[in-house]
Design a protein around this ligand. Structure first.
Ligand SMILES: [Zn+2]
Length: 83
């Protein structure tokens, strides 16, 4: 359990940026909470579910990701070891 299982996407402020980092290749990108919620699949999701369902955006990777929020939120040192 973590903060991710307590927070729904819909709890986030509009425009919240979510950093999505691939656990495999380390590629990172930002997703905007509103944009994710616009997707039916994530509209009711908790952040741990978003993390579980998102995949790396690199076509040939498709690895699992970890997500982190920006400055307004508690942000665990999580996973570690990835550049
Ligand atoms: Zn990747």
């Amino acid at each position: 359990m973590s903060w991710k299982s307590d927070l729904h996407l819909s709890d986030l402020e509009s425009g919240t940026r979510i950093e999505v980092t691939c656990r495999i290749c380390g590629a990172s990108r930002y997703a905007i909470a509103d944009k994710l919620m616009a997707n039916e699949r994530f509209a009711q999701s908790r952040l741990d579910e978003v993390e579980r369902d998102l995949r790396c955006s690199i076509r040939h990777c498709g690895g699992r990701v970890r997500i982190a929020l920006g400055h307004n939120h508690k942000n665990e040192a999580y996973g570690g070891g990835l550049a």
